[in-house]
Design a protein around this ligand. Sequence first.
Ligand code: ZN
Ligand code: ZN
Length: 280
Amino acid sequence: MSWVLAIGGWAATFGTLGLAFALARGVEARHSAEDSSTAEARAEMQREWAFALIYLASAALLAPLSVWVCSRGMAAVGGHPLLYFSAQGWVGRLALTLGYFVLMDIIDYAWHRASHSVPWLWAIHSFHHSSTHLTVVTTAREHWTAALLSLPVRATIGLLIGIDPTTVVFATWIWSIPPRLSHMNVRHPWGANPFVVTPQWHRIHHSTRPEHQGKNFAVVLPFMDVLFGTAYAPQPDEYPATGLASHEQARFFDALVWPFRRSWRAVVERLRGSASGSEA
Ligand SMILES: [Zn+2]
Ligand SMILES: [Zn+2]
């Protein structure tokens, strides 16, 4: 019966995600930050849906691998968490949940910074940044290799820290809401606030403008950017164009090959550079 549970779980996940996307698309249609009716925007939207479906399907298929990596990680440390936190009473449980929130946000911030500074991680993450028209669907525009890496790493860290499963499930569910909405094409107030990353705050991170490069990495708490010196508070009307600084765009086939194509190109350019350097 486990396959019935697995299919039921996937159907529930895709169902709620589809419903959230449909509701968010309705809000985007009424309060858009940029025109989404142009031919270019509509073509990008079609790619966005295709990339998101491929990523979500690959993430679902790779979930058993995360479970296997976690079990190996736990076995390597003797089957017990390295740390263990528990709390009594609702005040203690609330404090523990909030502490877990903040810890996971620090880990996500560090992973995101590394995804921009480590070349082979950027080769993967740049697929997400190649979107030229952000919408709620951009949330799931990730390369399948990102799921291959981040799911096992995050799951293993969660297990090694050792917090009771109810707290982990609740915290992860609540924590997944702001990142899902942070790519919405929506004009709104309170773009700069210390409590939650808004679509305008994250749009700055996707901007092509030089003054926005290396800013607003936070996944849920903008406070992380303030703490680590990467905050850029947008002006009320600041909704810049998005995409890669090189203006390179992804094609349908890139859903499979993007990081490998970019890495191969980087190697060829380096070889050409060293060859021309030796000729000079
Ligand atoms: Zn990024
Ligand atoms: Zn993003």
